[in-house]
Design a protein. Structure first.
Length: 226
């Protein structure tokens, strides 16, 4: 059974490697809602615009956590990824986390075939194999490392296929592939580690749900696609 699951994963992995931006040509907007301990606390929206071979993906995120009526943690941010065909050519973001400003300014260097990053947590170069760690992009399940969309830090990861499942969400039933995504370096402090469960709908090339535990149980749920 274990060998069979590995075989299925390799078939899946190869199939989603063939294309990237083309998988999203029919989408203009992706809406995800953010829950903590079962309570709706915010949203994460993605907007797609296209001009010829260029695609721009704009990201808006906002949520706040309250305790006894007082806001104890809040995030509001905006980001913009630009692609030329399948190549990420630039990414910028600004995020306000409580009263702390974070940012990323990334540009693809054609000559060196790598990214130049100026971020609030990292300044330097990064391999072209990295992706921006946003939940609209199923390539997050393929790469060995990702770039934080908030601070620009580079995080190595291990993705493991758990199995095929059915989940119910917003009155719909989805047949999905369940993965875990974890930091390669497990010696990192817990608040710095990647530790996610991800449910992926291969039919629509869409991440349906993401969950993790950190100061509560969090979920990002796909609500609608336009």
């Amino acid at each position: 059974m274990k060998k069979f699951l590995v075989f299925i994963f390799l078939i899946f992995y190869s199939s989603i490697s063939i294309a990237h931006i083309a998988h999203y040509n029919k989408y203009n907007k992706i809406e995800m809602e953010i829950f903590r301990n079962g309570e709706l606390i915010g949203y994460n929206y993605y907007f797609f615009t296209r001009t010829g071979d260029e695609t721009t993906v704009s990201n808006q995120i906002k949520f706040s956590v309250k305790l006894l009526g007082a806001t104890i943690f809040q995030v509001e941010g905006y980001g913009e990824e630009k692609y030329l065909k399948d190549q990420l050519v630039s990414y910028v973001s600004e995020t306000l986390q409580n009263d702390k400003k974070k940012f990323v300014n990334l540009v693809f260097n054609k000559e060196s075939n790598e990214f130049n990053i100026k971020g609030s947590s990292y300044v330097g170069k990064a391999s072209n194999n990295n992706i921006i760690g946003n939940w609209w992009n199923h390539k997050i399940l393929q790469t060995q490392s990702q770039i934080s969309p908030i601070s620009g830090s580079i995080k190595e990861q291990i993705v493991t296929f758990v199995g095929k499942e059915k989940i119910n969400q917003y009155g719909k039933t989805f047949e999905v592939d369940h993965f875990t995504l974890k930091s390669k370096n497990m010696s990192l402090p817990k608040d710095k580690r990647l530790n996610f469960d991800i449910w992926f709908d291969q039919k629509n090339s869409m991440i349906i749900k993401v969950s993790y535990s950190r100061m509560g149980d969090w979920e990002y749920r796909l609500k609608s696609i336009e």
